[in-house]
Each structure stands twice: as C-alpha cells, then as structure tokens.
Design a protein around this ligand. Structure first.
Ligand code: APR
Length: 235
C-alpha cells in the first residue's frame, strides 16, 4: 500500500496472538491459559501471598515451556521491520515470552514483564532466570529467598508506561497485533494513538474488543497477515 510511505514513527502493540502459532496458548481462547486456571488463583499478588507454591508451579511450567518454542513468521517479519525501519519504532509487547528478541527484534518493550527474569522483592534486582523458583533459590545478589516471577500481575502497574506514552505521542502509525483488547491500559492505546493523530491498524485473527477504534482491520493468522503488512510498509 503506497500510503504507508508517509509514515515515520511506528508503535506496534503485540499480544498473545502473535505467539499463538509458535505453540504458546493465548489467554482467552477456548482451552487458553486462563480457561484452565482462574486468573485470581495464579496472576494476582493476593494469590502469591495465599498460595505461593501454586503460583510458582504455574510460572515455572510456563518458563520451561516457552524455552521449547520458536519464533514464527510474524516475529521474523517484525524483526525485519525493526532492522530496516529508519524512523522511530517501538514494539510494545504484552507477551512475557522472548520470541520477539529471539527472532532478532531489538526495539522491544515488555510492558507485562518477562518469564525469563526473576525479581527479588528484597533488593529489587531483576536477574535473568531460566530455571525454577518453587524451591526458593537465593537472589544472586542479596541471597534473600524472595524471588518472584518478573511478570506484571492483575492489579499491578505495567512497566515503562512513560516511555510508551511518549512513543504514542509521536507515532503516526499505531498497529495492534494479536491482542483481544480486553486488558487495560494496553487496550486503550489505540484510542490514545488515534486521538493523538495516528493512523490505526489492527492485525488479528478476529475483531478485537476495541475494533471500532481502528481505521483498518485485517483479519487472519499473524504468520500470514504480519509479513504481508511488513512488506508493504517497507516497500
Ligand atoms: N494470529 C493472530 N491473532 C490471533 C491468533 C493468530 N494465530 N490466534 C489468536 N489470535 C488472537 C485472538 O483472536 C485474540 O483476539 O489473539 C488475541 C489474543 O487475546 P488474549 O488471549 O486475550 O491475549 P492478550 O490480548 O495478549 O492478553 C492481554 O491479558 O491475561 C493478560 O497479561 C496477560 O498480556 C496478557 C493480557
């Protein structure tokens, strides 16, 4: 689409749908992650206080599982865009997997944290972490046995919101990929971007909850629609 040539600054929001074809369950689909576990049982600070073993077991399994998965053509296309786009670009991901990075993308911001990091609530250090936490290993720095998954739970503040809003303010194109638009504040980015003057595009398997806020929606699997869009925008 020739019109893409007028864009300079792009903000991309990704969600679980971009990793679905890598074999990582989305949250809200039939058989999805939250269907098998109640959100309140595993993804809230209260759950961690109430039953830390349950929460650790859930995240230990997820941390192991994502390391078995591979990036798919949607991640690869976004990495290519990152490599070749000379304007500003920020890939804001709600995903806690590392598939954007493993595909080669560098301008990635994990607003909901990362499975492959542990956060010490005693000394506040975030450490790379690939193994389990259920046995309460010591923090590599302060030795306290107070590590938790470095993921943002419901009721907690997403990370780096200032940077995200700064990028949205200067964006002339906002693209949402593979997210249901059910969880704020990410679900509100399209409205913010649009009100700030950006063109808004949705790439998703089905219309998201905020679909009416997008100037354009392209429906289909991310592994197909994302590479086509990237090719257009780079043309
Ligand atoms: N290609 C594109 N989109 C897909 C694909 C696919 N192959 N498969 C599923 N989708 C779409 C679904 O139609 C749905 O709209 O991806 C979206 C996934 O939505 P959710 O499961 O709600 O995931 P997400 O939007 O990332 O969730 C947001 O909620 O539970 C919290 O913190 C968690 O970051 C997560 C946040």
């Amino acid at each position: 689409m020739a019109a893409m040539g007028k864009y300079r600054n792009i903000v991309i929001l990704t969600g679980a749908g971009v990793s679905a074809e890598s074999g990582i369950d989305t949250f809200r689909s039939a058989g999805g992650l939250w269907e098998n576990h109640r959100v309140e049982d595993v993804a809230t600070p209260q759950a961690f206080v109430r039953d830390p073993d349950l929460v650790h077991r859930f995240y230990d399994m997820r941390r192991a599982a994502i390391q078995e998965k591979l990036p798919n053509p949607a991640h690869a296309a976004l990495a290519e865009l990152d490599a070749r786009w000379t304007g500003d670009l920020l890939i804001v991901t709600q995903n806690v997997d590392d598939l954007h990075e493993r595909a080669g993308a560098r301008r990635v911001l994990h607003m909901h944290g990362e499975h492959l990091k542990a956060w010490c609530t005693s000394c506040d250090l975030r450490s790379p972490w690939r193994t389990t936490l259920i046995e309460r290993p010591p923090c590599p720095v302060c030795q306290a046995r107070t590590l938790r998954p470095d993921v943002v739970w419901f009721g907690e503040m997403p990370y780096r919101m200032g940077e995200i809003y700064a990028a949205l303010r200067s964006a002339d194109l906002f693209v949402s990929i593979g997210t249901s638009g059910a969880v704020y504040p990410a679900a509100g980015f399209v409205r913010d971007a649009r009100e700030l003057g950006a063109r808004t595009l949705e790439l998703n398997l089905e219309r998201s909850q905020g679909s009416r806020w997008f100037h354009e929606s392209r429906l289909g699997p991310a592994s197909e629609v994302v590479p086509v869009w990237v090719e257009e925008v780079l043309a």
